[in-house]
Design a protein around this ligand. Structure first.
Ligand SMILES: *[C@@H]1O[C@H](CO)[C@@H](O)[C@H](O)[C@H]1NC(C)=O
Ligand SMILES: *[C@@H]1O[C@H](CO)[C@@H](O)[C@H](O)[C@H]1NC(C)=O
Length: 335
């Protein structure tokens, strides 16, 4: 008897669930084909890009104005996925304004809000803890490491890009973003000169990391997780790499070290170099082609980069230098 009623209950709730799913689908489907009505989101606009509805708000006058727009998106039918706020210089983000919106991507371009809120440790993303997957911050002077508080609750964050935002120094990010879901991290053009020695180490799902165009002089093996497939350190001030820095990265495909101050990397940077490796790019450095490059012989076909010295090899591709010739050239000391 008991079993029978439990079964009936289950059946009933299954039907109810089934109906509500269909209902939601019908509710949500019709309006979601279009962006919200223009008047509801003025002065913002909405367009469809790459199959996602994209709300663009530029030069917004006040937090109140922004709140009005966001309130109008708090409906079941709303399926706007991306919110972009640009050229806006008020200092406070309307409190709780993001609750019940469904953004999975937010873009901030030339806004001051980010700085002010992150500095207070306020959580600007409240309400999007389980929704927001991608955060992009461009051209917004943050100039302190404190913003990480605000990102901490974002359990689903998989892509983080902060570019041209004066982000220096770089702390141990994996102490802040503790859900470790992050797959892509791009921190380009930020004048970063100091990187914590465990900066990225705990992100064991991180596959793409770019620190392009910063002022990094030195990296350490302890900074990086072994999950990386792509690492870009181009446009920095590196003079060499430590031994074994990429060791254990069994899925590594591409290493970019274009435009640094590298002359010689005297150590094998792979204990055991991954079969997956496709490119090791040292273009636009001043490579001193000499015997200490012996370690690249095993992966010559992946190497890009030209000799600067000795003069008889100038502009020759390092990988095309005959092994015997290379080994016969003594490296001159660099300071
Ligand atoms: C950045 O936004 C401000 C308004 O807050 C605007 O005056 C300025 O022109 C914007 N800068 C750029 C490069 O668009
Ligand atoms: C960024 O902000 C800091 C402090 O507010 C300031 O010292 C610095 O000059 C700013 N950087 C740029 C490029 O505007």
């Amino acid at each position: 008897m008991l079993r029978g009623s439990v079964l009936a209950l289950l059946l009933l709730s299954a039907i109810a669930n089934g109906q509500s799913v269909v209902q939601d689908h019908q509710d949500g489907n019709q309006p979601s084909d279009d962006c919200p009505n223009k008047d509801l989101i003025k002065p913002c606009s909405c367009s469809e890009e790459l199959g996602k509805k994209h709300l663009k708000c530029s030069s917004i006058g006040s937090p109140l104005e922004l709140r009005k727009v966001l309130n109008n998106l708090k409906t079941k039918q709303n399926t706007v996925a991306v919110m972009e706020l640009s050229n806006t210089n008020f200092f406070s983000f309307p409190e709780n304004a993001l609750f019940q919106t469904q953004f999975n991507e937010m873009i901030f371009n030339n806004v001051t809000i980010v700085k002010a809120h992150f500095k207070d440790g306020k959580n600007i993303f409240m309400g999007l803890e389980h929704t927001l997957k991608i955060v992009n911050i461009f051209n917004s002077n943050i100039s302190s490491g404190i913003l990480w508080n605000a990102l901490e609750p974002l359990e689903e964050l998989i892509v983080l890009e902060i570019s041209n935002a004066e982000l220096n120094p770089l702390p141990a990010l994996s102490e802040w973003l503790t859900t470790y879901q992050l797959g892509k991290l791009f921190l380009t053009s930020n004048s970063i000169s100091e990187v914590d020695e465990n900066a990225f180490s705990k992100f064991d799902k991180l596959s793409r990391l770019s620190l392009k165009d910063n002022n990094i002089k030195e990296i350490k093996a302890s900074m990086f997780p072994t999950s990386l497939t792509f690492i870009d350190l181009s446009g920095n001030l590196l003079t060499t790499l430590p031994p074994d820095v990429f060791s254990g990265m069994q899925n590594l495909q591409e290493v970019k070290l274009v435009e640094n101050n590298i002359q010689i990397i005297p150590y094998d940077v792979f204990t055991d170099y991954p079969k997956s490796l496709k490119t090791f790019d040292l273009s636009k450095n001043k490579l001193q082609c000499c015997a200490k490059w012996k370690w690249i012989m095993q992966m010559k076909d992946k190497m890009l980069g030209r000799c600067d010295t000795p003069s008889n090899l100038k502009n020759k591709n390092l990988k095309d230098v005959n092994e015997e010739t290379l080994l016969a050239i003594e490296c001159t000391k660099i300071d």
